[in-house]
Design a protein around this ligand. Sequence first.
Ligand SMILES: Cc1cc2nc3c(=O)[nH]c(=O)nc-3n(C[C@H](O)[C@H](O)[C@H](O)COP(=O)(O)OP(=O)(O)OC[C@H]3O[C@@H](n4cnc5c(N)ncnc54)[C@H](O)[C@@H]3O)c2cc1C
Ligand code: FES
Length: 474
Amino acid sequence: MIGAGIAGLSCAYELVCSGHKVAVVDRGAFGGGMTARTSAHLAFELDDFFEELRSLRGEEACRQYYESQRAAVDRIEEICGQESIDCDFARVDGYFVPAEEKDIEYLRKELDAARAAGFADAEWVDTGPGFWSSGPALRFPRQGRFHPLKYLDGLVSSLHRRGANLFAETPIVGLEEKNDQVHAETGRGTITAARVVVATNSPFHLRIPIHTKQAPYRTYVIAGPIPKGAAPDALIWDTLEPSYHYVRLQPGDVEDVLIVGGEDHKTGEAADMDERLARLEAWARERFPELGRTAHRWSGQVFEPSDYVPFIGKSPGYERVYLTTGDSGEGLTTGVAGALLIRDLINEGSTPWADVYDPDRLMLRGAVEFVKENVDAARHWAAHLRGGEVSSLEEIRPGEGALIKLNGKMTAAYRTDDGDLKLCSASCTHMGCIVRWNRFERCWDCPCHGSHFSVDGEALQGPAFTPLSKVESA
Ligand SMILES: Cc1cc2nc3c(=O)[nH]c(=O)nc-3n(C[C@H](O)[C@H](O)[C@H](O)COP(=O)(O)OP(=O)(O)OC[C@H]3O[C@@H](n4cnc5c(N)ncnc54)[C@H](O)[C@@H]3O)c2cc1C
Ligand code: FES
């Protein structure tokens, strides 16, 4: 198992429980990836909406998606009980609310599509929860919430107890199938396995397939204390396009914590993070006036598949390698659904959900989105030909980064708070797009397929795994 987030650890757990000998490796600490940045709604309503999936891929695809996502939340609840994992898991209602009056009509369509998918108890309510008590909403019963890192901690303990081998700080830099085995190259040696699952959030072992069918988006979250009873213990999300708001409560002993997210943008294509966070906070305060000081602000990345459904199953180009990626905003549930799906593919050779998640599927009518995202990628490659953002290193202030042409090469230049310069090639080590400065996270983001690099050039998020090459000071 390569990757120790929710997808990898869940899949390792399923395979160990069905009698396989499993090793899990992660290039960093376990649970240090996007699972540590989630807002942890466990929703099995599709966040890109069943209505959209139905018109794109038909009712059977919606049914498979619904069943797999519902099974994922059931499985998390079952594992919490079975392994005595104390992670604040609770079943709560999910509410889909209109962002504007005009969106109310869309709710009716979505209710129809969700029911056709199998969501028999989804219902129309005339008054929504909390701030939305004056208007209609859709209610989705039996959704869930939990504390993701407490849950992963529980999975790690049970994997230990059940004899799995767990290796942190072990990056995998290559995969090769040979003699009915997979050889995973660590840079310090090779791990050999009968099968390998790539659960690295974005598949590092592929160049073209998959990466052209999904696009990376940054999403932002704020969290702060709120008195008990001032916000409902429910999942709430709205219809806002292109990026919806999402809200949930994390219960505390004395007061609760309200977690509010939204303000997404395509990775590497915005520099106004402060404004986005300010807008998010203003939106939250207007609806939850008792929200206390915003104690936490963070961002993370999700991959949006062109046709709304993740890619889970046998990896393109391999016989013994499986992958799970394309999480959208529902990677916790799709990660767990993927674990069940891959377990069945390995144990039984088939699964009733294979078609909807098939990584090899064509993008059919999602082709418009597909073409648009790939035109964007081409534009980012062309950035090599343009000038830099600054013409001299002196223009870069402490704590800031910028692109600059040095000796004809696009260079990612960062000045530390102490005034030192860190210079790296701006050419992403996945496929050569020009990276962009992320002033909020202080890292370099690749707009093409979502790799992130530290100011020292270290690869933080795939698909890239090789650092940006260092540039000597001019
Ligand atoms: C702000 C935010 C809010 C979200 N809200 C929700 C939500 O409410 N509900 C929901 O369902 N989803 C949500 N998501 C999505 C969800 O959190 C993620 O999709 C999910 O956590 C991804 O899990 P993962 O296991 O695929 O990836 P990760 O948790 O990123 O784990 C992948 C692991 O692979 C390792 N790795 C990478 N490359 C290599 C390599 N070459 N060798 C070895 N190891 C490697 C990484 O170090 C990492 O630990 C949200 C995401 C964000 C960012
Ligand atoms: S992530 Fe693919 S080129 Fe950067």
